[in-house]
Unconditional design. Sequence first.
Length: 338
Amino acid sequence: MSKKYKPSVKANNELKEEAVKELKAIIYKLEKGKFDDSLDKETVENIIKDIKSATEGLEYSIGTGDENVYAIAEDAKKQIKAFKKQTEQELTGRIESAADELVYTLTLWKDVTDGNAVLETEEDVKKAKVSRSRKKLDNRLNELDEIKESFSVNAKRLDKDIQAEEKDLAELEEQIIKEDNERKINEIYRKIKAVKSKIDMLSVRKSNYSACYNLLDMIYANAKEILNATDFAAEEIAKAKVLLNIGKLKQVVSEPDKAIAILKRMDKDVKEIAAKTATIDEKVFDFDKGTATVNEDALKYKEELMRKKREKEGLSESIEENVSQEVKKESKTVKENN
């Protein structure tokens, strides 16, 4: 936190006015069409409306001067800079994401000024934003669950259709076996070929739906675990965000490589976790090795127990062998007598 900043009406208004002035300049530029031609114009128009509304909300917010707004004001500066940079780039998705973050930050600032939130440190701001990101990802997770379940439903539906076709095929095959008329045999055979083609086509589609379901189910399970285990960890939230790229996952049937790329990313993360776990184990074992000295008496005691165990096992084996031999003798005697 800046050593110069102390909450007051004047200090808080200065921070607010500085941000609002820069935001209005960006809005003016966008309204005049001064942004990359590759950006979707309709999306930019919606962004202008959202930022203008958030800017006005902040501008007309009135605090008591006791609110510590420095942390959120500093974060807003970064968001404004990031958004401004995206207006000069050519990716609509990026500017949309930057605008979403900026609008949320301005809304948080207004909440702090209005006394509806307390975000005095950078960590407070980060937690608030991660909490919001987590809620959004929970919604995405639910959406992914619906998508993958739709594949399961379609696979089951097709399985019923395939069973019905297989039943028809069995009937046609019975008919062709019993038929003697050559013309009718040809007609039945044509029907059989048509049904087989239909079964093949439905089977391919069913396999596709099943494969998509399995792929999405793995991604869903991993993303769900990350969100369940995460407690305001921005890095883990970012991983879940990569996995829950709903736009790509919706296209899994037509463009499976996009979902496979997410799966590969997931596999990489799992391997990294495994490597970290191995390192932890290694350090723990090294620690144990360095602090534990085996007592000589304990070793002798262990050796004596092992000797007794071997003797006992040897005796047991000897008894079993004798019993086995006796059984064989009795069996042989019975056979000879018969």
